[in-house]
Design a protein. Structure first.
Length: 202
């Protein structure tokens, strides 16, 4: 049984790859906000754009800025473990990106203007990947994509729709720092939340 319905992108794989590469190149040259002048690398995406699941986070941290890939630091380790508990490989079974493509100084939350400046790149990614399911990793991702502000506590199994995609919201920032979340993962039944991903169908 498949976990998610198959992606239904209208583009062929070569066309999709070419257009996503053009988006990445445009992001690299973007200076719509001040983040572009302070970053080391632009952080656009990782994973498989043909997969049916898109994961959207807040923005790059220090390790992501150094490596040029999203979710490779502590938060990325937590995300990978959450997804693995549901049988999802973040590199093979998902396309991973962020609301903003450049690291905010000192890992602060991106401002509304910064999120708005980067939104056209995210919109292009969503259009090109055309995922049946979008997973929003954190309250900032929820705010950046859906415009819902503030902490959202009951995110697991909270479903909404935008266009042709089902939105699944998890990993609220009110749960704490990634180090604290990893302690909760080891010492409680916290890991049991992610199998709910398996029940999400469009």
């Amino acid at each position: 049984m498949t976990m998610f319905p198959p992606a239904a992108s209208r583009l062929s794989a070569p066309e999709q790859e070419q257009q996503l590469a053009q988006v990445a190149e445009a992001c690299d040259g973007c200076r719509r906000c001040g983040l572009g002048s302070s970053r080391i690398q632009v952080v656009v995406s990782r994973g498989d754009p043909r997969s049916p699941l898109m994961v959207i986070g807040e923005g790059p941290g220090a390790q992501e800025d150094e490596q040029g890939k999203p979710f490779v630091g502590r938060s990325g380790q937590l995300l990978d473990r959450l997804l693995e508990s549901a049988g999802i490989d973040s590199n093979r079974d998902a396309y991973v990106c962020n609301i903003v493509k450049c690291r905010p100084p000192e890992n602060r939350k991106p401002t509304a203007l910064e999120m708005a400046a980067c939104r056209p790149w995210l919109d292009q990614q969503i259009a090109l990947v055309d995922p049946p399911v979008i997973l929003l990793a954190g309250a900032t991702a929820v705010e950046g994509l859906l415009g819902i502000k503030g902490g959202i506590i009951n995110l697991i199994n909270n479903r909404s729709g935008t266009g042709k995609s089902t939105i699944l919201q998890v990993m609220n920032s009110v749960w704490g720092h990634p180090d604290e979340l990893m302690i909760q993962w080891r010492d409680s039944s916290f890991a049991g939340c992610c199998p709910s991903l398996c029940r999400v169908m469009v």
